[in-house]
Design a protein around this ligand. Structure first.
Ligand code: SAJ
Length: 404
């Protein structure tokens, strides 16, 4: 039996996927609400294909509990936040989860850590906990970093290649076989540090590429060139693949993981440091664009300006590190208020001046800032007629639209 610890964005789909493929699974989360909801037959967040997977997993006998189970295999997928000041990873949730596992697990148990950690974390912080608490037990540690993208998680769980890091080949093969129960991609077995590093490097690669696109957008803005046309043409070169500029970078990975490298190697990770600062500066850049466009169009009342989208990217309900939230904070720091906000995926009231209906939102504003390219706004772009539009994602085909 596999005990999956942490039933969030990664742990839940992983537990369900295993259970849907014939593995006996118990999912454990200390949040009673989450466990109650799952036991009541409901998923805890929206994700393409997740409800169907849930149904199959229930048929496969998946169970949910707040209790840690006595078994031979654990998968830990709890958050790894970073300290905003030192930029170092904070492994406290992983350590807590591992300590709780150690309190119940038998000797020879394997603890697989899926949470993203900076290179060296497992050997420096987790292994000592294991060694200290388990003089009489032998425990195997494995790092199997997740790679799935919110919005396409179920598909990517099935088809992405995976990495498994372990110091013990036999254990590596056992865990590889476990993941191979559902994963049709290639599964590479390597050592723990390499696995830790690859995960952070993958997200850093993307962060640096996005920062490059954002920097190009600023250069093009300064000298009145079309960044989208330029990137499009450059990407026709066989060895160039530039990502897209945007209003900022959110989510729990690309906006966070690269900081681990800056935190651990401050005098070496120079390009990464600058790239992260560039991305973090984008919400402020958008705020400034709003100001410029208001001046340009003679719009004086900020209450007539609305931000479309609160999530960190399109077609998900995840708001972690969202550029819109960063922009709203920046607005407050400038001692200003008034921007209106709407997101079809956020049904609860989370910020001031929030709307829950697109038509009502548009009725109350003259200028729309497209912060997130949800399908809803793509499909309803005709409703933007007559509005001043700042399109941060270049999705509205109209001559008079403003860009970042
Ligand atoms: N973004 C841009 N320009 C782009 C692409 C994205 O500004 O061209 C922005 C998005 O709007 C969003 C942010 O970047 O705010 C991150 O979004 P994303 O879709 O690129 O990635 P995440 O954070 O949802 O998921 C990433 C994935 N990693 C990589 O693609 C290398 C995923 O595979 C990882 O599992 C996940 O991080 C993770 O957990 O590490």
């Amino acid at each position: 039996m596999v005990n999956v610890i942490g039933l969030g964005y990664i742990g839940l789909p992983t537990a369900l996927m295993l259970a849907a493929h014939g593995v006996e699974v118990v999912g454990t989360d200390y949040n009673e609400e989450v466990v109650k909801k799952l036991n009541g037959g409901e998923t805890t967040f929206k994700e393409e294909g997740l409800d169907e997977l849930f149904f199959k997993a229930v048929e496969g006998g998946v169970k949910f509990s707040t209790e840690y189970q006595v078994t031979d295999t654990y998968i830990v997928s709890v958050p790894t936040p970073y300290d905003k000041f030192t930029k170092k990873v904070d492994a406290k949730y992983v350590i807590n989860a591992v300590e709780s596992v150690l309190a119940v697990c038998p000797s020879e148990a394997t603890i697989v850590i899926e949470s993203t950690v900076s290179p060296g974390t497992i050997n420096r912080f987790i292994k000592p906990v294991v060694d200290e608490q388990n003089i009489n037990k032998k425990i195997h540690l494995v790092h199997a970093p997740e790679r799935i993208i919110p919005g396409n998680m179920v598909y990517e769980l099935l088809y992405n290649n995976r990495t498994i890091g372990t110091e013990d080949r036999m254990v590596g093969e056992k865990i590889k076989a476990l993941y191979a129960s559902f994963c049709q991609g290639e599964i590479v077995v390597t050592d723990i540090r390499t696995a830790e590093m690859t995960k952070v490097v993958e997200n850093t690669y993307r962060a640096v590429n996005i920062a490059f696109a954002n920097e190009l957008a600023k250069i093009c803005r300064y000298d009145n060139m079309d960044v989208y046309e330029i990137i499009k043409i450059c990407n026709m070169h066989p060895r160039v693949n530039i990502l897209q500029p945007g209003p900022g970078v959110g989510g729990h990975c690309i906006s966070v993981d690269p900081w681990f490298l800056v935190g651990d190697y401050p005098s070496l990770a120079k390009v990464i440091d600058e790239a992260m600062k560039t991305n973090d500066g984008m919400p402020d850049f958008v705020l400034n664009r709003i100001y410029e466009i208001m001046k340009d169009t003679g719009l004086t009342d900020v209450k007539r300006v609305g931000l479309y989208g609160l999530t960190y990217k399109e077609n998900v309900d995840d708001m972690r590190e969202s550029p819109t939230m960063q922009l709203l904070e920046s607005q407050e720091r400038h001692l200003a208020t008034g921007l209106k906000v709407y997101d079809p995926y956020i049904t609860k009231d989370v910020v001031e001046n929030q709307y829950h209906d697109l038509d009502v939102f548009l009725r109350d504003i003259d200028m729309v800032v497209i912060m997130v390219k949800h399908d809803e706004i793509r499909n309803n772009s005709f409703k933007l007629e007559g509005k001043i539009v700042l399109d941060c994602h270049n999705i509205i085909q109209r001559q008079d639209v403003y860009h970042i």
